[in-house]
Ligand binder design. Structure first.
Ligand code: HEM
Length: 210
């Protein structure tokens, strides 16, 4: 096995493990009191607002579903052997992103950490919706290469949920930062490098294997 193959395999395994762990993480919210979650940092009148809570839970559970349905779509063998399954999972992914991304955009206005965090998450939500819509529209027009490129971008942004949960303990535990400044930085850092990784993967895919 050459180096590129080893890197690709390691990448696929890491993507799968992280997607499953973080994808099921929102279930935690169904099993622990609100006071022990991020919602505890919110003003009481906000968490008493049923519409906000509905939007918040729509975001986290469908975000989890997007992570769980997205990773297997990149497995070439699965696409070749089970095209029907690929299409079904793809539709579930697109609908999940549409709802979770729109809900994410709404709850971004109330994000802990104020305007810096709100703009970070808001920008992520808009790009997530934009890249996913492009992925959907391109496959509807039969443009397979463009569809694959947009899906790589969309899922790299979806992985912001994973990056955030890696950076947060790092910033709080290792760098010993206070929660608010750490959260403000991470609201941007959780997705900006992901875009570069996506572009790198797209360019790498286009090169013939050596
Ligand atoms: C990629 C686009 C995403 C955007 C724009 C986004 C945005 C947000 C925002 C604004 C919040 C609230 C932060 C606050 O109030 O301080 C949040 C929280 C949360 N999001 Fe997302 N999110 C995204 C993806 C995901 C995905 C894919 C998941 C799946 C696991 C997810 C799961 C959560 C969870 C569990 C929380 C609650 C906070 C926590 O306990 O960590 N998000 N998200």
């Amino acid at each position: 096995m050459n180096l590129k193959k080893i890197q690709t395999k390691t990448g696929y395994i890491s993507m799968t493990v992280f997607a499953i762990f973080i994808g099921v993480y929102p279930i935690v919210f169904a099993n622990i009191p609100i006071g022990n979650t991020l919602l505890a940092s919110k003003p009481p009148d906000l968490i008493a607002n049923k519409l906000y809570l509905f939007t918040f839970y729509t975001h986290i559970f469908l975000g989890g579903l997007a992570l769980l349905t997205g990773f297997s779509q990149f497995y070439k063998k699965l696409r070749r052997k089970r095209l029907g399954l690929h299409k079904i999972l793809g539709k579930i992914y697109v609908i999940s992103v549409l709802l979770s991304g729109t809900a994410g955009l709404v709850i971004a206005f109330f994000a802990t950490g104020g305007i810096i965090t709100a703009l970070g998450f808001g920008g992520l939500a808009i790009l997530w919706l934009y890249t996913t819509a492009n992925a959907y529209l391109s496959i509807k027009q039969g443009k397979i290469e463009a569809h694959q490129r947009w899906m790589i971008r969309s899922y790299a942004l979806c992985f912001a949920a994973v990056s955030l949960r890696i950076y947060l303990p790092l910033f709080l535990g290792v760098f010993r930062m206070d929660f608010i400044p750490a959260y403000q930085i991470i609201a941007w850092l959780c997705w900006m490098p992901n875009i570069l990784v996506a572009e790198f993967l797209i360019v790498r895919r286009l090169k013939p294997a050596s």
